[in-house]
Design a protein around this ligand. Structure first.
Ligand code: COA
Ligand code: MG
Length: 309
């Protein structure tokens, strides 16, 4: 596994690029990642003017610690190439990543990669702009391994369950849980995408939960994705941000336990032991590997172990 992305993406907030008000609000929030949308949140008549609104917002608002991302329209539309050119030429120095929806193959990712290289070359940009892609077409799940390995600009794969369900032809009643389908209807797709993301060192992100008034179920969805290996989830409304950021942060107890296990294991290794007991649980090299994920996430989120462990 290549550890590629070192950015904090516990929550990615979707913000319509046609709304100056919502973009200003998003900039004022304490959120890991914000994506200014040109795709589904923006009506066709507003798509072209929204490019300039986004450029203005990126160049003039204070985005604090948030990763600044723009979601362009999908590559089958006539908007996509001008979305990328206008936004990167207008605000490339104030932009971290481009998000590409509905990718279907590695070629889609390479197209965006080449276009970005040309624009960066023309502008003499010092920082490379990253790419995040939405895995939300049946073709994308089929080819997720080749997509994940398509470009060294890739930082994240996002599972978009709404479009994915439409693409696969999933019964809409099953999505809202009233046909008795057992278990998680998206389990296979989520699982497969996360395996590909982890293989290439990419961040795996879970997509939106639209019933934003149901905070309890949103938390359940966060934990589900976290348990499989995702590092974050989308928010479509500010009220979801803190819930996701908390759900995807390891708790102080988990962090302390992880550091304690690693320290005890290192000490035991020095004495020639391979497996030891820490607080009634067996710890060996595999356990240390497992808890390393907690330590990595804690470091990225700035959570330190308590002093006396
Ligand atoms: N980003 C930034 N600010 C947002 C926001 C978002 N995604 N969603 C709501 N807000 C703001 C509102 O403007 C409002 O601000 P105010 O208090 O200064 O007036 C405040 O948060 C409370 O919003 P609320 O009144 O509860 O909701 P709303 O009716 O204004 O908006 C939605 C509801 C669903 C239309 C809105 O949340 C939205 O557009 N979400 C994003 C949709 C999207 O991007 N979809 C594509 C990806 S799935
Ligand atoms: Mg979509």
């Amino acid at each position: 596994m290549i550890a590629r992305s070192q950015r904090l993406r516990r929550c990615q907030l979707a913000v319509p690029g046609s709304s100056d008000k919502m973009m200003a609000k998003a900039a004022s929030l304490d959120v890991d990642h914000v994506f200014l949308d040109l795709e589904d949140a923006v009506a066709p008549a507003a798509k072209v003017p929204a490019r300039a609104q986004i450029v203005q917002a990126l160049n003039t608002l204070d985005w604090g610690r948030s990763i600044r991302c723009v979601r362009v329209n999908d590559l089958d539309t006539h908007y996509a190439y001008e979305d990328i050119i206008t936004v990167v030429e207008g605000a490339g120095a104030n932009l971290d990543t481009i998000m590409v929806p509905k990718v279907k193959s590695a070629c889609d990712v390479r197209f965006v990669d080449r276009l970005l290289s040309q624009i960066e070359g023309k502008l003499g940009l010092k920082r490379r702009i990253g790419i995040e892609v939405l895995i939300e077409e049946a073709e994308a799940i089929m080819r997720v391994e080749e997509i994940a390995g398509a470009s060294d600009r890739l930082e994240a794969l996002i599972f978009g369950m709404g479009d994915y369900s439409a693409s696969q032809g999933i019964d809409p009643r099953a999505i809202s849980g009233d046909t008795g389908y057992p278990g998680d209807i998206w389990h296979y797709a989520r699982y497969k995408m996360i395996v590909a993301a982890r293989t290439y060192g990419l961040d795996a992100i879970d997509g939106p939960f639209v019933n934003f008034k149901d905070q309890d179920y949103f938390r359940v969805e966060c934990i589900r994705a976290l348990q499989l290996g995702a590092v974050g989830k989308w928010a479509i409304h500010p009220s979801q941000v803190a819930i996701a950021q908390e759900a995807f942060s390891p708790s102080q107890t988990e962090v302390d336990r992880a550091y304690k296990a690693v320290a005890a294991y290192r000490e035991a290794q020095g004495q020639g032991l391979g497996a030891i007991q820490v607080d009634g649980q067996m710890v060996d090299v595999a356990t240390v590997r497992l808890v390393q994920r907690i330590i990595d996430r804690a470091e990225l989120a700035g959570i330190k172990p308590t002093a006396d462990i």
